[in-house]
Design a protein around this ligand. Structure first.
Ligand SMILES: Nc1nc2c(ncn2[C@@H]2O[C@H](COP(=O)(O)OP(=O)(O)OP(=O)(O)O)[C@@H](O)[C@H]2O)c(=O)[nH]1
Ligand SMILES: [Mg+2]
Length: 400
């Protein structure tokens, strides 16, 4: 199930950390009367009734000043644009520039938000202000206090507002395996190499998720390693073959015409990212010149299984395919993209990130007119698979 990210924003001392602690029922963030106590985003996983697993993300105040303060507040904003829901805290009936800028940034990024008037025990939110904010921003405005002995009722109301807002927007992701690709009774072949890079004793997450989705669709699934392709083809009758990108060439050579062939990473690219943009951008590989910089975007925080694809395999494939002397830069997690001229950016499948996070990052790069594609598409392109009919048939089934 998709984990939803809820980010808590506001000025210093608004009570963000106090609210996060109350919401999660744990002391995850330090609270103090010193403005600027929280410096880096702090996240805590919790289950919200009626929503499911959520990360509650505490942030540094957006009004933090000085050079370091500006860095802190820009980290807060980065969390904001990738979130599924934001809480904007304000106090003392003052909804001023900082709060307004937050609201317009969130609106621009398509992130729904709730305005939370904290410290109600010190100053009550006037009805007039509440109504005018709710009209202006067309969003819920709730009253809150972090004072322990009276917070219970406010907390229940806030949790209801959070769950309503998240249920209204729905999960932002598309299904991984559309039914028209593999539905009830359809036979599907999964090709999962177990090489030195594979984790001990288990499959990697993208494979597990695709397998689960296929079972949900009631497809009939066979899982093999590339060396077993000869045991199932040419006779095997499958509706579709889904392979790890690394085994593309072997699979393409073994599968008879008429059976669409795709990869795990293409399913993830379609689910999480702007798939059309990825698809349109992949041919930019043919325009790469000597000295061009290529940006590799990794979204995992644990990089064990994908590391080697992004850092070693893709650079090697691109260099040998283009014959050019290319430079590579790598960005992982939600780290900011360095400002530099890139000829191409390549995003990983993003199995650990939400689609909002991927979209937020990819859009900022695409705005600079940098073509952005994805691991699986780039690998397929360099292996010449765009000339393979089974492969292009697969796009016909997943594209919409
Ligand atoms: N009376 C009252 N005090 C509050 C309330 N919420 C927070 N405080 C106090 O306000 C101070 C700041 O609270 P924090 O939760 O650290 O605020 P923050 O927004 O996380 O602040 P920074 O991390 O510095 O940005 C602390 O002394 C809290 O005890 C509230 O609802 N009522
Ligand atoms: Mg704090």
């Amino acid at each position: 199930m998709e984990v939803r990210n809820i980010v808590v924003l506001g000025r210093r001392n608004a009570g963000k950390s106090s609210l996060v602690n109350l919401l999660t029922g744990q002391n995850v963030s330090i609270v103090s009367e010193v403005a600027g106590t929280t410096t880096d985003p702090v996240r805590k996983r919790m289950e919200i009734k009626g929503v499911g697993p959520c990360n509650i993300i505490d942030t540094a105040g957006v009004d933090d000043s000085g050079d370091v303060g500006a860095l802190r507040s820009s980290r807060s904003l980065r969390e904001a644009v990738g979130a599924d829901l934001a809480l904007i805290l304000f106090t003392g009936n003052s909804f001023l520039d900082y709060e307004r800028n937050l609201a317009s940034l969130l609106r621009k990024s398509g992130v729904p938000f709730i305005l939370v008037h904290n410290q109600e025990d010190l100053e009550h939110l006037e009805d007039e202000v509440r109504v005018s904010l709710s009209d202006e921003f067309n969003c819920p405005v709730v009253r809150f206090t972090c004072l322990k002995n009276i917070s219970g009722m406010y907390l229940a109301e806030l949790v209801d507002a959070i769950s309503d807002a998240l249920n209204k927007t729905g999960a932002s992701e598309r299904e991984l395996v559309p039914e028209r690709l593999a539905g009830e009774g359809d036979r599907v072949l999964l090709v999962c190499p177990i090489d030195a890079g594979a984790p001990q004793g288990r499959l990697i997450l993208p494979q597990v998720q695709v397998l689960r989705n296929l079972l949900d669709n009631k497809a009939v699934v066979t899982v093999i390693q590339p060396s077993q392709l000869k045991d199932v083809f040419p006779d095997g009758k499958y509706k579709v073959v889904i392979t790890d990108s690394q085994a593309f060439s072997e699979v393409a050579a073994a599968v008879p015409e008429g059976i669409p062939v795709g990869s795990f990473s293409i399913l993830f690219a379609r689910r999480k990212g702007p798939f059309k943009l990825f698809l349109e951008s992949v041919s930019a590989i043919d325009n790469l010149k000597d000295g061009d910089k290529v940006l590799i975007l990794e979204s995992c925080t644990h990089r064990a299984s994908c590391d080697d694809i992004g850092r070693i395999k893709i650079p090697a494939l691109l260099k040998s395919y283009t014959g050019k002397n290319l430079e590579f830069e790598f960005v992982s997690g939600l780290d900011p993209v360095p400002e530099s001229k890139y000829a191409l950016a390549i995003q990983c499948g993003g199995c650990m990130a939400t689609s909002r996070q991927i979209l937020a990052r990819v859009e900022t790069i695409a705005e600079e007119n940098i073509p952005v594609t994805n691991y699986g598409l780039a690998i397929a392109f360099t292996k010449g698979l765009f000339g393979n009919k089974n492969f292009t048939d697969f796009f016909g089934l997943v594209d919409e």
